[in-house]
Design a protein around this ligand. Structure first.
Ligand SMILES: [Zn+2]
Length: 267
């Protein structure tokens, strides 16, 4: 398998990468030391000359779903043109433990964060806290419970209630992310819920696509606003885990997209 990182890469079958590789990759770009990790850095991004990271978690963005959605997602497609789409092994079928793994590089049985209460009580250090402790400004835009975990520990932690309609949640996430970017964080973590909520509301494929297109629109805005030396990492937390499109056999893989913002003025 080519791992030169210069072209879009689509993999089939069992994933060679894992969600656990995200945290070590981010840590290597930001020069942070992860206390422990079950993953390994994705080496080829080291050559891209990035100094900031924008990590965007898209709830329920399975790898197969991403391939189906891609023709409708022009902004993510642009990011991928000079980057990579990887299939990454999903470590959990639930949102909270999966996000904890993405942000810590630890397997669920090692971070032991299985629900929202566990996230608040945990002493595991995750990327935003490590970044802020190292003097790198960090921002987390997430569902309210998730954001609360970081309140007072990092520079920017803004929450959105997950009780509001999914379209409104994602619009707010977009607005808050754009506001956070004005403060030029070295690490930005944003979370979009629309695809997952559409699934749980029993909506069909067309509505799921519409939710994804709204997220893509926002990612376009973020791409244009971000510093040119930003590594973008987009990933799902788990494949679709409910409803008609539920993934019920392996490989359980999420989409993992790595790309760099195109320098302003470049064609
Ligand atoms: Zn989820």
């Amino acid at each position: 398998m080519a791992r030169d990182g210069t072209k879009m890469e689509i993999q089939e079958g069992t994933p060679s990468y894992s969600q656990l590789d995200i945290a070590p990759t981010v840590a290597s770009i930001l020069g942070l030391q992860l206390p422990n990790s079950d993953g390994r850095p994705i080496d080829q991004v080291a050559e891209w000359g990035c100094k900031n990271v924008a990590l965007i978690i898209i709830d329920s963005l399975g790898y197969d779903l991403m391939k189906w959605l891609l023709p409708h997602l022009p902004n993510i497609s642009v990011l991928m043109e000079e980057g990579m789409l990887l299939s990454a092994e999903a470590v959990s079928n639930h949102t909270t433990p999966a996000i904890a793994s993405i942000l810590s590089g630890l397997l669920p049985e090692h971070h032991k964060i299985m629900d929202k209460a566990g996230a608040k009580e945990s002493s595991i250090l995750s990327l935003p806290e490590l970044a802020s402790a190292a003097g790198l400004k960090s921002a987390v835009i997430m569902e309210s419970n998730g954001a609360q975990v970081y309140s007072g520990l990092i520079e920017i932690a803004n929450g959105i209630p997950d009780t509001i309609p999914p379209e409104e949640f994602d619009r707010q996430a977009c607005r808050m992310t754009m506001e956070a970017l004005l403060q030029r964080p070295r690490l930005l973590v944003s979370y979009f819920i629309g695809i997952d909520k559409s699934v749980h509301l029993g909506r069909g494929a067309k509505e799921i696509r519409t939710a994804a297109m709204l997220i893509d629109l926002c990612i376009g805005k973020i791409l244009r606003a971000a510093d040119p030396e930003t590594l973008f990492i987009l990933c799902g937390d788990h494949p679709i885990h409910a409803g008609l499109l539920k993934r019920d056999k392996g490989p359980y893989a999420v989409a993992l997209i790595l790309g760099k913002v195109r320098a302003k003025g470049a064609s």
